[in-house]
Design a protein around this ligand. Structure first.
Ligand code: SF4
Length: 450
């Protein structure tokens, strides 16, 4: 339980993770986050929406890792929220973050169902109370493959299923998103829980700052012994990291994937959509990676819901320019913001869809903290006291490549989009085009140099 106001984490401290029992101070009050280990019902989501309105500022975030965030809390309302969320008796994740695809076990394209492994690791890690000793943001991803890619999620320890000669093995990877992770070797399914727990125990013994990226192959081999098999399996491309539209999840079982524009929506809108989903016959739902929401039910129900959702303004299909923008709350919701981030993001999606073709993420940040996209992005705009800083392939807080007056930011974006429309080669996407242009030309276009 939240004990007192002073237990909330100080705003701006890196490495902390907001939780129901440990809300974090942000620029728009306190922030609490919950995550689920199983589906919940539409009615349960409606109840959460009502709590967001009663105790917070009425906005709900679906996070990049599929969590649900309540914003705008006070220390007292955070305590009340925790009590009322716990009373709903939802399948909340407690302790260490051990994540699987929300489609695990119901995806006919997956290599293996990751849930039994995740459950075994969760049980043992819970018994050893490892979450009390490990870094607050420690995460384990168990990826059985399938439609929904978890490759972009940061993971201290990642197991990725691979099919080899008719049997399933798990590639052990350490640190980072998958493309940057260290490949440490292969593991048999029966040995996987023990190995992951051994690595976690080792990290816990190093103290709360130790992370998966601190492990090298030699250290991993000495921890795992001969349970770690030599070898590496080539990455297979997974369909998508953003589940949108209609997808099958079994015989006459379907899912509808939707995403709130810019990862956030008024709780009243989400409640209304979930009430409609419930009335139509949607059985369960799950907040999912990449700021999305999966709703499950029979095919006709899912088709009906997709039509309804399309009318509410949430993203229901690929190719929506809003999916290419990572944007934080910004002004007026966040007291640290230097400008209205959502206004610029909406302008970009409306006026520059050719540039936002899904090939890169445009990061728009109200300040240098970069809440919406902690890693580098090909193009980042971030508010500063001097104006709108832009960085090419940088983070929000990095030394910028230039600073624009706030009143020029729309024109600057439009100019870059028109440049792409005019100058790109046949078939060249926006990311390739921007990389070809290079920092100097992009900067000149944004600054409107002649
Ligand atoms: S990045 Fe955005 S949400 Fe985070 S503190 Fe800065 S302005 Fe606020």
């Amino acid at each position: 339980m939240v004990a007192a106001a002073e237990t909330v984490q100080p705003f701006g401290r890196r490495g902390v993770c907001p939780a129901l029992s440990g809300p974090m101070r942000t620029g728009d009050g306190f922030l609490s986050r919950i995550a689920f280990e199983a589906d919940i019902s539409p009615r349960e989501m409606v109840a959460l929406c009502h709590l967001a309105e009663r105790h917070g500022n009425g906005l709900i975030d679906i996070t990049a890792r599929g969590g649900v965030q309540f914003r705008g809390l006070t220390p007292d309302s955070a305590i009340a929220l925790e009590k009322e969320v716990l009373a709903l008796d939802l399948p909340l994740r407690h302790g260490l973050a051990i994540e699987t695809s929300p489609l695990a076990g119901r995806d006919d394209t997956e290599i293996a169902d990751a849930r039994p492994l995740a459950a075994a690791i969760r049980r043992e890690a819970g018994r050893l109370r490892l979450h009390e000793k490990l870094a607050a943001k420690m995460s384990v991803v168990i990826d059985g493959g399938g439609r929904l890619s978890l490759d972009g999620l940061l993971a201290d320890i990642r197991l990725k299923a691979a099919s080899l000669g008719g049997r399933t093995l798990w590639q052990l990877m350490l640190g980072g998103p998958q493309p940057k992770a260290l490949r440490a070797g292969l593991i048999e399914t029966h040995a996987a829980p023990d190995i992951v727990v051994s690595l976690l125990v080792h990290l816990a013994a190093q103290g709360p700052l130790a992370r998966g990226r601190d492990l090298d192959v030699a250290a991993t081999r000495s921890i795992c012994g001969d349970r770690l098999l030599a070898g590496e399996i080539a990455d297979e491309l997974t369909d998508t990291s953003l589940p949108l539209g209609l997808m099958t999840t079994g015989e006459d079982r379907f899912a509808v994937g939707i995403a709130p524009a810019f990862g956030q929506l008024p709780a009243s809108d989400l409640a209304k959509l979930c009430e409609q989903a419930d009335a139509l016959g949607i059985e369960t739902l799950r907040p999912s990676p990449n700021h999305s929401l999966l709703l499950f039910g029979p095919s006709t129900v899912c088709r009906d819901l997709l039509a309804v959702a399309g009318e509410t303004g949430v993203i229901t299909a690929f190719g929506d320019a809003r999916s290419s923008v990572a944007v934080c709350s910004g002004a007026p919701r966040c007291g640290s913001a230097f400008f209205a981030t959502h206004e610029l993001a909406a302008f970009a999606a409306e006026e520059c869809p050719s540039l936002l073709d899904g090939s890169f993420t445009l990061h728009i940040s109200g300040c240098g903290k970069g809440c919406a996209h902690p890693g580098p992005a090909l193009l980042t705009f971030s508010g500063t006291a001097e104006g709108l800083a832009f960085s090419i392939s940088g983070r929000a807080g990095d030394a910028p490549n230039g600073i624009l007056p706030f009143q020029h930011c729309r024109t600057a974006l439009s100019r870059l989009a028109r440049l792409y429309e005019k100058e790109h080669k046949p078939g060249e996407n926006a990311a390739t085009f921007l990389v070809r242009l290079g920092t100097g030309v992009i900067g000149a276009a944004l600054r409107q140099d002649d």
